[in-house]
Design a protein around this ligand. Structure first.
Ligand code: ADP
Length: 186
């Protein structure tokens, strides 16, 4: 099963992706996690990415496209995966489509977790207090939401047109949302 998890920052993509991945024994491929690891390890890629991340902007398309191209060819991704936080631009989505076509693969479902902006800001500020992620400060959060609305939200329409979009109401308890996702995938 090859899935995309889309949704604004703070929608709960990462948490839900982790649960669904475990249930299906497939890897969760989170470009955000991979980039944060690169920043922490001080790699060349991390150095290039950190400025954009700390400003709430997107890392250049070619960087994240390269990450995903390498990662989906690993042996553990053979039977499927969840892409969490990728694609985030139309260019990334087009590149992914070409990549998969070249590998004889296709996406099964693009899930979109829908959460209103005021709830997102509240959740992200709560998370900021708990885990202290460098990009969870109010001005950066606002910028991430703007980046999402400008560059990533158009992907909802993009995957709707491809006929694989499944919208999920992202308001409710974690368990309720997991259940909605399971039903959408059944
Ligand atoms: P969130 O969904 O909470 O914003 P992520 O962990 O998915 O967090 O991403 C954190 C940051 O990493 C983003 O704000 C962005 O700078 C960078 N990033 C992650 N994925 C991508 C991507 N596909 N394209 C460009 N930048 C990305």
């Amino acid at each position: 099963m090859k899935l995309l998890f889309m949704g604004p920052p703070g929608a709960g993509k990462g948490t839900q992706a982790e649960i669904i991945c475990k249930e299906h024994s497939i890897p969760q491929i989170s470009t955000g996690e991979i980039l944060r690891a690169a920043v922490k390890n001080g790699t060349e890629m991390g150095k290039k990415a950190s400025e954009a991340m700390n400003a709430g902007q997107l890392v250049p398309d070619e960087v994240v496209i390269g990450i995903v191209r390498d990662r989906i060819q690993e042996p553990d991704a053979k039977n499927g995966y969840i892409l969490d936080g990728f694609p985030r631009t139309i260019e990334q989505a087009d590149a992914l489509g070409k990549m998969l076509e070249g590998m004889g693969q296709k996406l099964d479902v693009a899930l979109n977790l829908d959460v209103p902006d005021d709830e997102l800001v509240k959740r992200l500020l709560e998370r900021a207090q708990k885990d202290g992620r460098a990009d969870d400060t109010e001005p950066v959060i606002k910028n991430r939401l703007k980046t999402y609305n400008d560059q990533t939200a158009p992907l909802i329409d993009y995957y709707q047109k491809k006929g694989i979009l499944k919208p999920i109401d992202g308001l409710g308890s974690m368990a309720e949302i997991t259940d909605r996702i399971r039903k959408a995938l059944a």
